[in-house]
Design a binder for this molecule. Sequence first.
Ligand SMILES: [Fe+2]
Ligand SMILES: [Fe+2]
Length: 212
Amino acid sequence: MRDTQQGLDKVIVEFDRALRTLVGTTRSGGVMPGDDMPEADLPETERRHAAALMRVNHTGEICAQALYSGQALTARNQTTQQVLERAASEEAEHLAWTASRVERLGGRLSVLNPAFYAGAFVIGAVSGALGDRWSLGFLAETERQVEAHLDGHLESLPASDQKSRSVIEKMKEDEVRHAASATAHGATELPGPFKKIMKLAARAMTFTTYRI
Ligand SMILES: [Fe+2]
Ligand SMILES: [Fe+2]
């Protein structure tokens, strides 16, 4: 009975997180990177491009929230849950920063966010259920792929959009730390074909959310 109650409590907590993530009431508690820099006066095409890139990153962070949430629901080990919780709170900051950049650049958030949240949540829950070493392995690989993806965005973002660049640079720093922490807590290296599937899924996400 107590187990059922605890399980139910967890589901309610995660459901609450899903709603707050999607409705956008997650607010940054700290100082946003690039806060002290002026907003660049970008030509229209560059402004739209930067907004689209930041929309992609925002959806990426929506997925991060969902993955962590799914994993936290099924992770068994307390230490793993703590690693996940700590990373998730930084991802919540990323979510708020990217949403703010999209808004300031005059863009819209992706209409596909609820669908990506649902998909990532299921993937997270499954990876959590496979056991902590796999779950952490999945986390480490995700963060490594995100790091490479953010490098691509640093090349693609307009040079004068220092505000967006500062956000991406700080996010990258955090993602590298998340990967290292997962590895330090016993992450298993994922099989090559699985990594490839993850890359394809990420590519589908970036392709669609750059547009809608
Ligand atoms: Fe992140
Ligand atoms: Fe991360």
